[in-house]
Design a protein around this ligand. Structure first.
Ligand SMILES: [Zn+2]
Length: 848
């Protein structure tokens, strides 16, 4: 069947239709037919960024039989200057963003294709005196003609012709250079096999630091002008790279796979880092730290470096076959980074950090009707951006930790070694890895992977506790349900915590069937609470029994360790959303417990939950009734906090949640600088936030407050942003309507964070009733927003549009929209369903 299909493809006429971007079908066809791909690339970079970058490509590719060769290149007709196959000039065919070399001009064996072209600027990140490429996930074809898919790995030979005084760095080592006049010509040695998204180069005015660690010379390219700052950071940066590489060589039993390692610090880089093989790019600000750097910043820096270093094996040496497995490389990089870095930061509660930075965000999507599996289908690389979200970033790490626990630490490492060795310099899928690991465990990993990775959603757990006459446990069991009724079971290691007056018992269980009996519990005294998410381990919705809920809400301060408390709060919040805990009772419990909370991570998380309960789940009258007590508790928290970051967390919660006239006027005095909070200095961004919160509350003189803040703001970017958001804060509904109508034009949506902030204020809970008129048109714009915006914009837009709404009427608008849009793209439908989850729940609770 497969062979027949491929023959049909090979025989297809060249006029065959081709999609824009790289479709899965095109990628498969090319991966089958093409081999031994080599790119010999030369770029000439002019001194002025207004002048185009010109390029020449000498492409070598081996064919089994003569056939058409489809090459990706954006706007090919305008940018191609000449094409030759061998020594013959060829007129290619142009379809969408492809150019097609006709079958008649090709032959079996090696084909040499020479293309002269003008490079597009979109992926070149050109600045006045430097540029850097960023081709992930499939943007190389915006710059040069190529096969822009991850499983056609190729060797690259690069030469760059740049203005004198510029430095250059690329994946391969420098092989030679000539200077002539005001130009330098640099040649780089041929690389090992790489996918297009990992090929890259940087050119421009940079300073270079060099150091040797463990016998390896490394270079750091940077543009920092503060010499003291460079001197303070340079050794630490080289050391962090060296220790990460050494750790990874040991763990993988594979020496660093590339010829050399350089790293380049880019000002205002889009990401934290990008793992170009042998030439890692970083955001300069997160690596070059100030003297005042916090423990958290140091931990984040070390984690970023370890993450990118891990990619040299996970992603670069072995690459996913298709971008539906992009999550794998990201999860492995984080997983390794935690192993490498965490032991050097003993004062941080890493398990709590893992819990709070992954579970709540993963649940925020996985509990909704709009959730998606970790592994998704992807029919065209143009849509690769839509794969990203909390399921990849936050659920996948939880799943990977479970996998290691199920397989065992040693066998897991051995499995990874085997996988890296077997697929070195090639490609592999998630299923290839699962097959290797499956051989190392009696568990059925294919079934395990289906529930966790291939399907969407999370399990639902209930506990059954039976007591004997003399009040000891006769039987404790966990029941696991699939709320989507597919009969799935999510095998997982869990710890069930039994709470007593001044101690806890943690019982380890492996839940791999519908019912799991906690055998160890039998005979133990009756507990005050049962928490199946103990140790922050279990993943799912844990429906707590009433007695446990009551005890935890009243006595969280007596729960002995921070990790159990963190897990209990995350679980209690889920029970709020399920209607089993009243939002007001949750707020009371938090106010009662927080003064005794010793871990700042828990305080931050609980304050965020309180804010959500307050705005999204309390009816208006109850909100007003509870405001004085909440504000008093938050102000007490500000006073009590013994460090700046904790003080700031309490203050931010006050600023966002304040509702009473007294509270608002205190906030205003702070904003006017009439009153100070000892130990909490404010910077420009803090005052901007305060002014906006005052305005949306229509504090007396709100117009003057906004105008004063605009005048006060010094930083030009922040000033422009504030001016943009201002109309959304107006008390005049007509001004707000205009503020919304702006977003219909693409040019008014370019600054996406500005738009999201404006939209969120337009739909603030205090404007709920008036803002209902924005819901329908906001949803109607979503499809266009997805087409024209960045990858996270559709979900941010939806979240900002819906966060302030909680009525059944608002919920009906969303449901009606989805019901009428029958042909709505499935992924966008999911975005709406996820974004509307709180609204649906709140509406349902209020209708009860
Ligand atoms: Zn990464």
């Amino acid at each position: 069947m497969l062979t027949l299909l491929l023959m049909a493809l090979a025989a297809a006429p060249i006029s065959d239709s081709l999609d824009r971007g790289v479709s899965e079908e095109l990628a498969r066809e090319r991966a089958e037919a093409l081999s031994a791909v080599r790119y010999d690339l030369a770029f000439t970079v002019p001194v002025s960024r207004q002048q185009p970058v010109e390029g020449t490509l000498r492409l070598t590719v081996t064919l089994a039989t003569p056939r058409r060769i489809v090459i990706d290149f954006s706007a090919p007709r305008e940018r191609i200057r000449s094409v030759r196959v061998g020594d013959d000039a060829v007129v290619p065919q142009f379809v969408e963003d492809h150019l097609i070399i006709p079958a008649a001009t090709t032959r079996s064996g090696d084909n040499r294709i020479t293309i002269e072209f003008t490079a597009g600027d979109e992926a070149l990140n050109r600045n006045d005196d430097f540029l850097y490429t960023l081709f992930v996930p499939a943007r190389a074809h915006l710059t040069f003609p190529c096969f822009d898919q991850p499983d056609l790995k190729a060797r690259y030979t690069l030469s760059l012709d740049v203005p004198a005084g510029w430095e250059t760095v690329a994946n391969g080592p420098e092989a030679g250079r000539e200077t002539s006049g005001d130009r330098i010509h640099v040649r780089f040695g041929e690389t090992r096999p790489l996918p297009t998204y990992l090929f890259g180069f940087v050119a421009g005015k940079f300073s270079i630091e060099r150091a040797t660690r463990n016998g390896r010379q490394m270079r750091m390219f940077h543009r920092e002008t503060d010499a003291a700052k460079v001197a303070r950071n340079r050794d630490a940066l080289f050391d962090l790279h060296a220790s990460a590489l050494a750790w990874l060589e040991d763990y993988t039993a594979i020496p660093y796979p590339f010829e050399k390692l350089d790293f380049i610090l880019i000002p205002s880089f889009q990401f934290g880092g990008m793992e170009h093989a042998g030439a890692i790019l970083y955001n300069s600000a997160s690596l070059m730290l100030d003297e005042s750097a916090t423990q958290n910043q140091l931990l984040n820096r070390a984690s970023t470096i370890a993450h990118e270093a891990a990619h040299m094996w996970f992603g670069d040496l072995v690459t996913m076959r298709w971008f539906n497995d992009v999550w794998m490389k990201e999860v492995f990089a984080n997983f390794m980074a935690a192993k490498i870095v965490n032991p050097s930061f003993p004062t941080v509660n890493h398990e709590l950090r893992f819990l709070l930075s992954n579970y709540p965000d993963a649940y925020s999507v996985d509990r909704t009707a709009g959730t998606n599996p970790i592994r998704q289908t992807l029919t065209n690389l143009n849509d690769a951006g839509q794969l990203y979200g909390p399921i990849i970033y936050e659920k996948a790490p939880i799943v990977m930790r479970q996998l290691e626990m199920v397989v065992g630490e040693r066998p897991f490492r051995d499995g990874l070694r085997e996988y890296l060795k077997k697929y070195a310099f090639g490609n592999a899928t998630w299923l290839d890895l699962i097959r290797i690991l499956d051989a190392k465990t009696p568990d059925n990993l294919a079934a395990w992977s289906r529930a966790w990775v291939e399907e969407r959603g999370r399990p639902e757990f209930t506990t059954g506790l039976r007591l004997t006459k003399n009040n000891t446990i006769q039987r404790l069991a966990l029941t696991m349900n699939d709320p989507l009724r597919r009969g799935l079971v999510w095998p997982q290691r869990m710890r069930v915590t039994l709470g007593y007056a001044d101690s806890q018992k943690e019982l380890a269980v492996y839940a791999n069937t519908r019912e799991t009996v906690v055998r160890e519990a039998a005979g133990m005294p009756r507990p005050l609470y049962v928490l199946p998410s103990g140790g922050g381990l279990g993943y799912g919705l844990f429906l707590l029994d009433e007695e446990s809920i009551r005890y935890l809400l009243a006595n969280m301060a007596h729960v002995g360790d921070a990790l159990t408390r963190g897990a209990a709060w995350v679980t209690l919040w889920d029970n709020v959303l399920e209607g089993r805990v009243a939002p007001g009772a949750f707020i009371d419990g938090a106010i009662h417990a927080l003064p005794d909370e010793s871990d700042e991570q828990n305080t931050q998380r609980v304050l965020a939950y309180v804010s959500r309960a307050f705005w999204r789940y309390l009816p208006r009258e109850e909100r007003a009734a509870r405001a004085p007590a909440l504000e008093a508790a938050l102000r007490a928290g500000i006073e009590r906090a013994n460090n700046t970051s904790l003080k700031s967390a309490w203050f931010s919660a006050f600023r966002d949640d304040v509702l009473t006239a007294d509270g608002v006027s205190w906030l205003e005095r702070i904003w006017r600088r009439d009153e100070k909070i000892p130990g909490l200095p404010f910077v420009e961004t803090d005052e901007i936030d305060m002014a906006m919160e005052l305005a949306v509350r229509e504090a007396p003189g709100w117009q003057q407050i906004l105008q004063t803040q605009l005048d006060r703001t010094q930083n030009p970017d922040r000033k422009a942003r504030f001016a943009f958001v201002m109309p959304a804060l107006s008390a005049d509904p007509q001004v707000r309507e205009q503020a919304f109508d702006r977003f219909r034009q693409l040019e008014n949506r370019r600054r996406e964070p500005w738009v999201a902030e404006s939209l969120a204020y337009l739909n603030h809970p205090l404007r709920e009733a008036d803002a209902e008129r924005f819901i329908r048109p906001g949803l109607e714009l979503l499809a266009e927003i997805q087409r024209t915006g960045d990858i996270f914009f559709p979900s941010n837009w939806t979240a900002s549009l819906l966060w302030g709404h909680r009525t059944p009427g608002a919920a009906a608008i969303v449901r009606d929209f989805l019901a009428q849009e029958l042909a709505y793209p499935e992924r966008l439908r999911w975005t709406v369903l996820s974004g509307a989850d709180d609204l649906f729940r709140a509406a349902e609770l209020s209708a009860r």
